[in-house]
Design a protein. Structure first.
Ligand code: SAM
Length: 282
């Protein structure tokens, strides 16, 4: 079942939370000056046009990146993220939005490596095309990311960030995330793992988050940004979250600065709110 196309949602509130967190993680890993890998199990197309095609249809970015585009009073991590998106839009007009692989490639050093997996037969070639000139550091494979990471862990430099960002259209994805992470921690206990998830009126979401908290990692951080009140009929996504295993010690403080700001700027109604929870040695 591969009907999901990320282009429809590019740059929305969920992408803002996801990519800002991803960038903060990459910046932290880069501090040591030692090489690391970025592994993206569900990479998408890599870069999206906002003013044409899928993204223009719903213009979800209008409630996401567009609301931050001209802000001058943002916390440092938000400014850093918007500046990175600006590098794709050098004339200052918001026309393109980076997917998670582009965010990583742009922020990482030339010596760091990226391993990207995308299963969709249309998005996988687009993704490969977007990194055609960086073949030495970026490898793209059309494969099931949940299975494919097994062969990569532990990665040679023994330092890595793995992003797991499935569509969750198939509700088995919730359990697949937990199973994949259990296995990943067994193979590579010290890796940093980040999972994106939607906030929906679905039992599977809470069950997955509860299961992630019990995994044998050094610590965990769960951040959630709701932009709206959940609909009375129970339909629709009203926010999203990022769950990080083996999070850097600096991340909770960054999130405590960023989330109140995002909850205010990206609010669709008075139900906008944020949650920060942490466990283990954080
Ligand atoms: N991570 C991307 C970003 O932030 O720019 C967005 C990814 S999107 C939420 C999920 C992607 O996973 C879709 O492009 C979909 O085609 C792909 N996909 C679905 N099932 C997959 C699987 N088992 N393995 C790899 N990719 C898959």
């Amino acid at each position: 079942m591969l009907s999901y196309r990320h282009g429809f949602h590019a740059g929305n509130h969920a992408d803002v939370l996801k990519h800002l967190t991803e960038l903060a993680l990459i910046d932290y890993l880069s501090l040591k000056g030692k090489p690391f890998w970025y592994i993206d199990t569900h990479a998408g197309a890599g870069v999206y046009a906002l003013t044409e095609g899928f993204a223009a249809k719903n213009a979800e970015y209008a409630g996401g990146i567009a609301r931050l585009w001209d802000e001058t009073d943002a916390p440092e991590a938000v400014t850093r993220y918007v500046e990175l998106v600006r590098r794709l839009n050098t004339d200052g007009v918001l026309r393109h939005y980076p997917g998670s692989p582009w965010v990583a490639a742009e922020a990482m050093a030339g010596t760091d490596k990226l391993r990207l997996f995308e299963l969709h037969p249309s998005d996988a070639p687009l993704l490969a095309g977007n990194f055609d000139e960086q073949k030495r550091r970026v490898q793209v494979q059309q494969a099931d990311g949940f299975e494919a990471i097994k062969s990569l862990l532990p990665p040679p430099p023994r330092r890595a960030l793995t992003l797991i960002d499935p569509p969750y259209e198939d509700k088995r994805d919730y359990q697949r995330v937990v199973t994949a992470l259990k296995d990943a921690l067994r193979r590579f206990a010290t890796g940093v793992y980040a999972v994106w998830y939607p906030c929906l009126a679905r039992r599977e979401v809470g069950d997955m988050v509860d299961a992630l908290k019990k995994l044998p990692a050094k610590n965990w951080l769960n951040v959630r940004l709701d932009v709206a009140t959940p609909a009375a009929d129970g339909f629709g996504m009203y926010g999203s979250g990022m769950f990080i295993l083996n999070a850097p010690w600096t991340l909770p403080a960054t999130m405590r600065e960023v989330l109140p700001y995002l909850a205010e700027r990206l609010a669709l109604d008075k139900g906008a709110r944020y949650v920060i929870e942490q466990g283990g040695d954080l």
